[in-house]
Design a protein. Structure first.
Length: 100
């Protein structure tokens, strides 16, 4: 997508001029980039399946721009394991391990 197209998409989405609030624009753009990577699943859309004893399988999670880690979701405590003060916004299944 071209830079001009991004500005127009932002303006149409937010119904304001893109330069009115650059911080908001940057946050909006980061969300669009994450959403464009089709393997990421928003935690608002769904959580990983309950696998065993109220726990999900391990999945790759991301919180903010740089905090990426392998975690599982605890359905009993309703929280992600390994996160204390922040919760991930997106997750994806781990790739299949190599056969050799």
């Amino acid at each position: 997508m071209e830079y001009r197209d991004l500005k127009e998409a932002y303006r149409a989405d937010k119904q304001i001029y893109w330069h009115d609030n650059m911080v908001d624009y940057i946050n909006w753009l980061e969300d669009k980039i994450i959403d464009s990577q089709t393997n990421w699943i928003s935690v608002e859309d769904r959580l990983p399946e309950n696998f065993h004893l109220n726990m999900s399988r391990d999945v790759l999670t991301i919180a903010g721009k740089y905090k990426m880690k392998v975690s599982s979701y605890d359905y009993e405590l309703k929280r992600w394991n390994g996160y204390n003060h922040v919760s991930p916004s997106h997750w994806m299944p781990l790739p299949t391990p190599p056969k050799n």
